[in-house]
Design a protein around this ligand. Sequence first.
Ligand code: SF4
Length: 384
Amino acid sequence: MRFVDEFRDGALARGLAKAIRREARAGRNYNIMEFCGGHTHAIFRYGVQDLMPDNVRFVHGPGCPVCVLPIGRIDNAIELAERHGAIVCTYGDMLRVPASERRSLIKAKADGADIRMVYSITDALKIARETPGREVVFFAIGFETTTPPTAVAIRQAQGEGLANFSVFSNHVLTPAAVGHILSSPEVADHRTVAIDGFLGPSHVSSVIGSRAYEPAAAEFKRPVVIAGFEPLDVMQATLMVLRQLNEGRAEVENQYTRVVTRDGNTKAQALVAQVLEVRETFEWRGLGQVPESALQIREAYGDLDAERRFGVTTRCVRDAKSCECPSILRGAKKPTDCKLFGTSCTPESPIGSCMVSSEGACAAYYTYGRFRGGATPGPKEAAE
Ligand code: SF4
């Protein structure tokens, strides 16, 4: 297959759905966590869950870098703009994520802080070059996919001697979170949260390779299949997980062979390792402190580290009491378990990060209307 619509082909989807139904054994359940919000959206947008037999269930994971960022780090970004007078540059999704005291970056901007939406770190570098009299901070978020551009920009800024530019690093690491979820008591006892296997994000593995998940698959005896983001990718990867479970295997397999290799992009990995190093621990919304799960800027590039430059310290701030984002991000609850879903909390007026982010599980449920059960027309467009 070469074109994107071929990965959305209804006849092929029907064939895969049949194969999944044949593979799913009666009398056992298959709970598959799709780690990444991109997969959650593919599942909802194309009605993939509707094509599954009743005993194959997707559990939504914490794979959205906007959703997992804790409130304290958003407070930090607001402080950089308000207290230190910096121009804070970040992606559009971040602007409406709730901070503490009902604030957000967009509300801080409305109050006069200089917060700017950018499409990439290159835009932030440009702003720094054009405004030499002002501090410019790039509020960097993302999984392993977005770390190479951050590393390149930091080296570029150092090379140019761009003294007014720095990066507030919030890059997080996927395999550490997978291991953390599997070692949590609510998953380990197989009762509170059932996770039998994982769909791994293909864009992350295009950088870090598939081998990064091998330790977690071996230790916790759960299959991991690296999956692309089109509906047929998700369905084929689901079939691969089911086969492993039926055969009693717990290996890392790669469905997305058109890009991902076992070793990944070693050049990009080397570049990232020059500039960024693993933090001892980092707070994830919903997961709490996760050891070795994020990246900070190395001492050699310390001048470009906003945390060092402005003496940033992060407070631990609790999420809004009635928002179920933390449980949703751990796979313990679904968006529809939240009593605010679709009433007080909608994409137009979000209360938690899972509704703000375009990759969030609450946004996926709301946008594609699957939560309405049989009332929504056209739920199986991928296969019709
Ligand atoms: S619906 Fe809103 S309040 Fe409820 S969990 Fe989702 S984001 Fe939080």
